[in-house]
Ligand binder design. Structure first.
Ligand code: CAA
Length: 261
């Protein structure tokens, strides 16, 4: 769509039920300037409101998923501007998306780029992907989840090492550490992510949203509270047509026909 300057947006998949967002600021290695992040929010809103779309794939270029927040935009900022203006607060739009988002990461995912990937629900990586939190080299610290989501994803020692040294890790290490779920040759990455997204989009969108919310809640609650929350949502699925249809289809040995109700 022509209205965006920093991203490309299209629908993919046999049933056009996957929203694909490609970060497209090649001259700056997809540095996440304010305008880009606002466009990303708008594109997410549109896919969230599109009843055809069941899953979103977020990708960059083969060289860079995103090289971080825009350092040129940040260079002159003061404490009062960042504090008073809630600098980067709106980035959280991505983390609160109801529909699942798969990050397909080729090339650099650094600083805010790594943080944006971690706001997604699943990360697939190309073999040459590099993940890092190099903010320490700029005299600052990660500001969009690098000190919070990264230790939850890969544990304290590895996260601390990355954040304190600024060193990058490659795709194989990111997979071994659990940051990434699968690694692909760079040219196959986006298609693989779209294929997984199509699978997710073939399920009930209502139940998928409930499942995503329940998994995400595991990061917020104690085990007992989390189990309670999960049980409540599980019970709630029994109030839906799709739960009835899914189980009936199984018993009748036919594919389920979900209506997202
Ligand atoms: N912000 C703004 N511009 C950036 C950028 C960024 N984060 N990363 C790269 N660019 C620009 C470069 O300035 C350069 O522009 P010019 O051609 O106008 O000079 C262009 O993109 C190409 O970059 P390089 O010439 O540096 O490319 P390279 O291949 O030699 O190096 C790189 C690639 C290692 C990724 C290097 O660009 C780099 O280190 N980038 C910065 C990474 C970084 O520090 N990210 C963290 C940002 S802070 C942050 O994200 C805060 C937070 O937690 C939210």
């Amino acid at each position: 769509t022509g209205k965006f300057e920093n991203i490309l947006v299209e629908k993919r998949g046999e049933k056009k039920n996957v929203g694909l967002i490609q970060l497209n600021r090649p001259k700056a290695l997809n540095a996440l300037c304010d305008a880009l992040m606002k466009e990303l929010g708008t594109a997410l809103d549109e896919f969230e409101n599109d009843p055809e779309v069941g899953c979103v794939v977020l990708t960059g270029s083969e060289k860079a998923f995103a090289a971080g927040a825009d350092i040129k935009e940040m260079q002159g900022l003061t404490f009062s501007q960042t504090f008073g203006g809630g600098f980067l607060n709106h980035w959280n739009r991505l983390a609160s998306n109801k529909k699942p988002v798969i990050a397909a990461v080729n090339g650099f995912a650094l600083g805010g780029g790594c943080e944006v990937a971690m706001m997604c629900d699943i990360i697939y990586a190309g073999e040459k992907a590099k993940f890092g939190q190099p903010e320490i080299l700029l005299g600052t610290i990660p500001g969009a989840g690098g000190t919070q989501r990264l230790p939850r994803a890969i544990g304290k020692s590895k996260a601390m090492e990355m954040a304190l040294t600024g060193d990058m890790i490659n795709a194989a290490d990111a997979e071994k550490a659990g940051l990434v779920s699968k690694v692909f040759p760079p040219g196959e990455l986006v298609d693989a992510a779209v294929k997984t997204a199509e699978k997710i989009a073939s399920h009930s969108k209502l139940i998928v949203a409930m499942c995503k919310e329940s998994v995400n809640t595991s990061y917020e609650l104690t085990l007992n509270e989390g189990m309670h929350f999960e049980k409540r949502i599980f019970h709630a699925t029994f109030a839906t047509k799709d739960r009835k249809e899914g189980m009936t289809a199984f018993v009748e040995k036919r594919p389920a026909n979900f209506t997202d109700e």
